[in-house]
Design a protein around this ligand. Structure first.
Ligand code: IMP
Ligand code: MG
Length: 177
């Protein structure tokens, strides 16, 4: 059975505008300080590239890859590190760049991980926030857009590794049967 793609929720232009606003906000918030943006592969790549071009600070980037087991539409709750940081983040201002905060389990785990590595500060910059599905007490400081209880695809977000290339945010329609 083939997937049915829903309507466009947020266009590329809307996302780029939000990235400009958030990049400016980060620039103000960390004035005079250094930051490291840590992108979470692979979903955050488009959003990360949009945000970073709007940050006017002394900054570096790194990436991590994590997975919660399985390829279904639900997070399993078990987080596994597939690619660790290449950077020592001790005493650094870390901004975690994510595609979506859903249950919050992945980011909750990562915040704890960065704390254990001695980060000076840790904030989250997520393209999307799906508040209705939160399972842990966690909120992102910088959020592009709120989304409802839908399975989101596009602009980096996948279903079974597909649709990351869509230049807008959409969702998968519920299967009929
Ligand atoms: P968590 O439930 O907050 O731990 O989300 C973990 C990861 O699940 C996110 O970083 C996404 O990669 C993925 N995810 C959660 N909700 C969606 C969605 O609606 N579409 C695509 N991926 C999602
Ligand atoms: Mg994913």
């Amino acid at each position: 059975m083939s997937d049915v793609i829903g309507s466009v929720l947020y266009t590329r232009e809307q996302i780029e505008t939000r990235a400009q606003e958030i990049g400016k906000q980060i620039t103000e918030d960390y004035k005079g300080e250094k930051v490291i943006l840590v992108g979470i592969l692979r979903g955050a790549v488009m959003w990360m590239s949009d945000v970073m071009k709007n940050v006017d600070l002394d900054m570096t980037i790194d990436f991590m890859a994590v997975s919660s087991y399985g390829s279904s539409k639900k997070s399993s709750g078990i987080v596994k590190i597939n690619k660790d940081l290449d950077t020592n983040i001790e005493d650094q201002n870390v901004i975690i760049v994510e595609d979506i905060v859903d249950s919050g389990i992945t980011l909750n785990y990562l915040v704890g991980y960065f704390e254990s590595r001695g980060a000076k500060s840790i904030k989250i910059c997520s393209l999307l926030n799906k508040q209705c599905n939160r399972k842990v007490d966690l909120s992102a400081t910088y959020v592009g857009f709120e989304v409802d209880d839908l399975f989101i695809i596009g602009y980096g977000l996948d279903y079974d590794q597909r649709y990351r290339n869509l230049p807008y945010i959409s969702y998968l329609e519920d299967e009929e049967d």
